[in-house]
Design a protein around this ligand. Sequence first.
Ligand SMILES: *Cc1c(COP(=O)(O)O)cnc(C)c1O
Length: 243
Amino acid sequence: MSAPGPSDVPRDGGTAEVAARLHRVRTEIATAERRHARPAGSVALLAVSKRQGPERIRAAHAAGQRLFGESYLQEALDKQAALADLDLEWHFIGRIQGNKTRAIAERFAWVHGLCDLRHARRLDAQRPLGYPPLQVCIQVDLSGEASKAGLPPEAVAEFVTACAELPRLAVRGLMTLPAPSETLAEQRVPFRALRALRDALATPARPLEVLSMGMSDDLEAAVAEGATLVRIGTAIFGPRPAD
Ligand SMILES: *Cc1c(COP(=O)(O)O)cnc(C)c1O
């Protein structure tokens, strides 16, 4: 990972531009909900603000956005400090490093991308008492590439059971980050698989109701297949410097 830095933005933080883009994304989600027979408002929007400066997050907040996703821990902590006056909900969506779990446990409401039981145990132990449990989604690798982050589908049941023993974690659902593909039909395949896996594992006590799937380029496919939360960066904030 290279050092974080805010992207090159206009002096006003691109406030009007961010508001306009955010409005477009909300419209796109609403359209997809209608087109695919999803109830209006059933898909939450997580604004992925990695590599964006705090002024752009402020602009999105001013336009009504409250959920923000960050991938790089130190960069996120710096922005949280700069934005402490706002009521924001922070989601950690990056790769977890075992020696950095404490800050994640203390400074985020949600973690998407949990797939290592050692990390789960550390986050549980480090989640401050008096805070609500850390809300987590378990990352599933549906591409079959061993290089990708996430558990193979056949390992998820056991992982969910193990996490259920950890009282300071609340397992809320599944997350996936598929390799890019071109057509809507192709994009739907891994999202459909994630939903099927969730349906197979859900119980009344553990509904795994959250499906964290869909980014700027495959939002509609994700909504079509049952996403309850889409993680959108570029479509809201514009292009960012390479990660
Ligand atoms: C960067 C990132 C996103 C957002 O991607 P965009 O294509 O910019 O919408 C979503 N999820 C994760 C895990 C990411 O790292």
